[in-house]
Structure formats: C-alpha cells, structure tokens
Design a protein around this ligand. Structure first.
Ligand SMILES: *Cc1c(COP(=O)(O)O)cnc(C)c1O
Length: 359
C-alpha cells in the first residue's frame, strides 16, 4: 500500500538521538534551546518555545495571551479538533465561521461574528496553505484582537515570503504525519517577549527558579531526545517541502477528471502541501466512496480530512452547538486527500494520477 503519510527519518536523526542518550540530558536540556533558536530563525520571529505537542503549544499560547473564561474566539470548524478543544480547556468559547474555497476560514465572514466578548481570532493554515493573513490581521488590528495561528500543518508555508507563524503567535506540531517530526512535539513562535516568557513559565510548572512557582503551570515540556530529532528534521524541511510541491505540480498538470476540483495556490502564497486535497463534486462520474474503493484496490491509501465539522462532534453537540455552515458542510462531503509525502516515487505519483484519470 502507498500510505497517506510517512515520516522520513535517516541516519542523521538516529545518530543525534544516540548522542543525546550518551549526554545524560534526557528531559529539557541544551538541545531544546538550540532547536528553539534555529526554529525561531527559520520562521523569522524573535522567540520560539518548544512544547510536548501541537495541542499543548496551542493551549499555552492561549493562556499566555490571557484568553479564558467568558472570552469568545473566532475560528474554523473545518479542521482537526485540537484548536477548538484548547479553547474549551481554557474556558473560552469557539465561535465558528464558515470556510472559503481554499478550505481556510473565510475572512469576509469574520467581522459579522465579532461581539464585545471577542478576544481573538484563531485561523488554521489547513493542509499547509496559508489563511488570508492580510485580511485577518487588518480585522484584528481594527478590533484589538489577538491572533493565534494554528500552523500545525504549515511548517515553511508563507505569504510574500513571510512565513506563517510570524503574523500572530504561531503554533506548530511535530507529530509523525506532519511536514517535519520529533515523534510528539510542538512549538510556539512569537515576537512578543511577554508572551514568550509567560509561555515558558506555563510549560514548566510556573518555575523560573527551581521549586519557586510563580504561576499555575503544567508539564508541557519537550525532551532533548525529541529536540535532537527536530534539529535534523529542520535541516531537511525545505527539501521535504520542495518534494511535496513537485509531486503536486505533477498531479495538477496531469489529473484531468471532470467533476474533480484540484487545489489552487494564489499568487505570492507558498503552499507546503501537508495534504493534497481534492474535491469530488456531483459532476464527477464516480462518488467519493467509489473513488476511495478504486484507489484502495490499487494499493493507494486516501483519507477524508475531515468528515465531520467540529461543531457536530459529540462534545460540541453536548455544549449546544447547532451550526450548519454551508461550505463547511458541502466540502466535508466532497474532500479526499491523496498521498503527497516526500517518500513517494515517480512511479507512485504516476500511478495515483493515472488511476484517478481512469474513472
Ligand atoms: C496535528 C494538529 C494539531 C495538534 O497537534 P498534536 O501535535 O497532534 O497535538 C493541531 N491543529 C492541527 C490543524 C493539526 O493538524
């Protein structure tokens, strides 16, 4: 089977892990600091704070911005559930806004949902494609809102060469399926010194000095073992992303099935294709389920990201969410993600395109 994703780990990562094991620094040690410095430089921000996962990065970022009980945060329902869940952890209320053709939050619908309680906007750069940050930052400025970017799928994505995660406070994940991995892990990126300092405290039980706890914090630390892997992965990230983009160029040039809509990239935007997500519309001769079956029979794994909008997930129904946002509903019935990861061979990508063209 051609898998939907595959982490690419080599001898460099293995060697780096063994070195850490020999050093005796197993928890948060010198590799964390080095990884944070290099990641901050790569994204183009002053500060980066490593965490145990993308979810804990988001959680800490919200708390560091003092988002909590009674606050409303405008976000997207078409995503992995983490960015909404962290809002609930903090006692804040997710306010869902429909998406656009690029699968990201539709910035033109944001202002209509702003109330006196709105404290922040939390866009997700879904599938590796930047949300419209020019419009989002403009709205945020007008209403004095915090912007937390969920860049968990978008390491290296950019708008006019400015990387995502550098517009507001950015949150990244290094889960094995992402564009780069540390096993489990996350990172917060920011230019705000106060936010960076608070995030560091929150990550480590509120300690600046050992056993002196300034605030209520957590153990959301990354290990040096993970950071050592991350440092090697960061060196390879551009190559990985280039390979994803070149796979997509082949797909976009060669898939020509009527009724199937391929992802497009706006001028000045850099899409890093965490996922290559197509839409199978009514005009297609095959249903989405039919296509999944054919792909499967030919040894190609495809996945629906995401089949159910966040507001219709059980914990949200229980909270009384009754939204039914039309584009989100429509796209969740049409989308299908195909393998696009850097491990694919030329033969794999030709096979994927030709099978789709054969329907
Ligand atoms: C993966 C992901 C997260 C969470 O990251 P973890 O490291 O799995 O906790 C958050 N948001 C999005 C959009 C993701 O894809």
């Amino acid at each position: 089977m051609i898998p939907i994703s595959k982490p690419v780990l080599g001898k460099e990562e293995k060697r780096a892990v063994l070195k850490v094991l020999d050093s005796g620094f197993l928890a948060q040690g010198p590799k964390i600091e080095e990884f944070e410095k290099k990641f901050a430089k790569y994204i183009g921000v002053k500060y980066a704070i490593a965490t145990s996962s993308g979810t804990t990065a988001l959680h800490i970022a919200l708390l560091a911005h003092e988002i909590g009980k009674g606050d409303e945060v405008i976000t997207t329902p078409f995503t992995f559930i983490a960015p909404s869940n962290v809002l609930l952890y903090c006692g804040a209320k997710p306010v869902f806004v429909d998406i656009g053709e690029d699968f990201n939050i539709n910035p033109d619908l944001i202002e209509g949902r702003i109330t006196k309680k709105t404290k922040a906007i939390l866009p997700v750069h879904l599938f590796g494609y930047p949300a419209d940050m020019a419009k989002i930052m403009k709205i945020a400025k007008k209403y004095h809102l915090v912007v937390i970017e969920d860049a968990c799928q978008a390491h290296g994505a950019s708008i006019q060469r400015r990387k995502v995660g550098s517009f507001g406070t950015g949150c990244f994940s290094f889960y094995p399926t992402k564009n780069m991995t540390t096993g489990e892990g996350g990172m917060i990126t920011t230019n705000n010194r106060k936010v960076a300092e608070k995030a560091k405290l929150l990550r480590n039980h509120g300690m600046k000095i050992r056993y002196y706890h300034d605030i209520l914090g957590f153990n959301f630390r990354m290990t040096d073992i993970s950071a050592a892997i991350g440092l090697e992965q960061l060196k390879k990230l551009e190559k990985f992303n280039q390979k994803r983009i070149s796979n997509v160029n082949y797909f976009n040039k060669n898939i020509k099935t009527s009724g199937i809509i391929l992802p497009r990239v706006k001028k000045g935007y850099r899409h890093v294709f965490h996922q290559y997500t197509i839409r199978i519309t009514d005009q297609c001769s095959k249903s989405r389920e039919g296509l999944i079956k054919i792909l499967n029979e030919n040894g190609i794994c495809s996945v629906i990201y995401y089949p159910i909008p966040v507001y219709r997930q059980k914990p949200y129904l229980k909270l009384g969410y009754k939204e039914c946002l039309p584009i989100t509903e429509k796209y969740s019935k049409e989308v299908l993600s195909l393998p696009v990861h850097p491990f694919l061979t030329q033969k794999d990508i030709r096979k994927i395109a030709s099978i789709i063209n054969s329907i």
